[in-house]
Design a protein around this ligand. Structure first.
Ligand SMILES: Cc1cc2nc3c(=O)[nH]c(=O)nc-3n(C[C@H](O)[C@H](O)[C@H](O)COP(=O)(O)OP(=O)(O)OC[C@H]3O[C@@H](n4cnc5c(N)ncnc54)[C@H](O)[C@@H]3O)c2cc1C
Length: 392
């Protein structure tokens, strides 16, 4: 087995690492609140400037065709890039325009939609939020109730979404709405592009347990959008939701960021050897989490190499997401326990150790096993598709 990257991929890794070294302020990666998309959105002007520089290099959506602002890069180059970015906690946030709006438009969009929207995703003129979840439909997304009704040249939208990350910072929304209430639930959903400043949209903030305003409730009351903002075929939205398969989905960021956290914990244990580094339970936990970080990395590489070979990863991507998001929580717990009572202190406390990063990491890592599908749902998918077990 040969896990080496190609010479070109290694050269690209060096280029990205050098870019990060010159662009990120010293001590940047002490900031563990960059761990989730919610934290990253809070980083303000520096993040904006930094992302502009990524856009100028065509690095916002590396694998996209050049005409839409990408570089036509391979899956492995994307992995190399994501790994280097996550290791340093670089403020990319999680760009939903790149993750699924663009890929869906490339497959299902009209030529006009592609021309209009794709370049504005890569030049960051359009920032997207994802309007899927509702108070009564999260894991069971197909049960969503927000309605879109055709009225002449327009669609009229009514309903409520919840947990909408970054809605307050987005100018466009990627909406799943019910267009046929009489059809079986998977067969009556359509996808829409929605300007977030449309009259009738109200965004109310939700603050998470780490005290950050990352997600929101979004209310729609008689919101009118042009008919040509429907994407793909009416009532086929459910089947279009899972289209972003051609694009990297290895979850490599989780293990890369975890490695940096772990290295800092090991460093701390070495420097404080007498009290912390000598305790057997801490030594063992550090060794175990170190092994787990490698496992997570190779699970991610497996997904990427399947994609690189033109295959569609299925339960493999599910397992990589499940493992790396749960690993984040185990690692955070290790850090908190290792620092003892100091582990719980907020970065603002003068007594905080490791700049209070473990308290942040611990609180933010909880969301990772919920966002994008809960661990229970991931295990269910892996049981059916990976083990061939019947539906539970
Ligand atoms: C940080 C973060 C960001 C998010 N951002 C967005 C966003 O931008 N846009 C968006 O639309 N949504 C977003 N979400 C919502 C997210 O997709 C949902 O929270 C998630 O899908 C779970 O849905 P739910 O919260 O309704 O929980 P539920 O589906 O109600 O689940 C409740 C519990 O039941 C369990 N459960 C449910 N179904 C099953 C099953 N079949 N088998 C076993 N157990 C099950 C779950 O695992 C969970 O423990 C975000 C969530 C988080 C945490």
């Amino acid at each position: 087995m040969d896990f080496r990257f190609s010479t070109e991929e290694e050269a690209f890794r060096t280029e990205v690492q050098e870019f990060l070294k010159s662009e990120l302020k010293p001590g940047w990666d002490d900031r563990f609140d960059t761990e989730s998309e919610l934290g990253a959105m809070e980083q303000g002007d520096f993040a904006k400037q930094f992302n502009k520089k990524l856009a100028e290099r065509g690095w916002i959506a590396l694998p996209w065709p050049k005409e839409y602002g990408g570089l036509g890069a391979t899956v492995m180059q994307q992995v190399v890039f994501n790994e280097a970015m996550a290791y340093t906690g670089a403020p990319t946030g999680f760009n939903m325009g790149v993750a699924w709006v663009g890929p869906s438009l490339m497959i299902y969009g009209t030529d006009e939609q592609k021309r209009e929207f794709l370049p504005k995703i890569t030049n960051l003129e359009h920032i997207w939020c994802t309007l899927y979840s509702e108070p009564a439909s999260g894991s069971d997304l197909a049960a969503l109730q927000t309605r879109a009704v055709r009225d002449g040249d327009e669609w009229v939208i009514n309903g409520q979404k919840i947990w909408t990350s970054g809605a307050h910072r987005s100018n466009w929304g990627w909406l799943a709405a019910r267009t046929d209430p009489n059809a079986p639930k998977h067969k009556g959903i359509s996808m829409f592009l929605v300007p977030m400043d449309s009259p009738g949209i109200e965004i109310r903030p939700l603050v998470n347990m780490a005290g950050q305003h990352g997600f929101n409730e979004v209310f729609f009351e008689d919101v009118r959008i042009p008919a040509n903002y429907l994407v793909g075929q009416e009532n086929q939205g459910w089947y279009q939701l899972a289209v972003a398969l051609d694009f990297e989905r290895s979850s490599i960021a989780g293990s890369a960021r975890g490695r940096r956290v772990w290295e800092r914990l090991v460093e701390f244990a070495k420097n404080d050897g007498q009290f912390v580094g000598a305790k057997p339970q801490i030594r063992h936990r550090l060794v175990e989490t170190g092994i787990e970080i490698d496992i997570a990395k190779y699970l991610s590489y497996r997904v990427a190499s399947l994609q690189q070979a033109g295959k569609i990863p299925n339960y493999e991507a599910t397992i990589a997401k499940l493992y790396s998001s749960e690993l984040g929580q185990r690692l955070a717990r290790t850090g908190i326990e290792m620092l003892g009572i100091y582990g719980q202190l907020h970065p603002k406390s003068k007594h905080a150790q490791l700049k209070g990063s473990m308290e942040r990491y611990y609180q933010l890592s909880v969301a990772e096993t919920i966002a994008g599908g809960t661990s229970e749902v991931m295990r269910g998918v892996a049981a059916i598709r990976g083990l061939g077990l019947p539906r539970g």
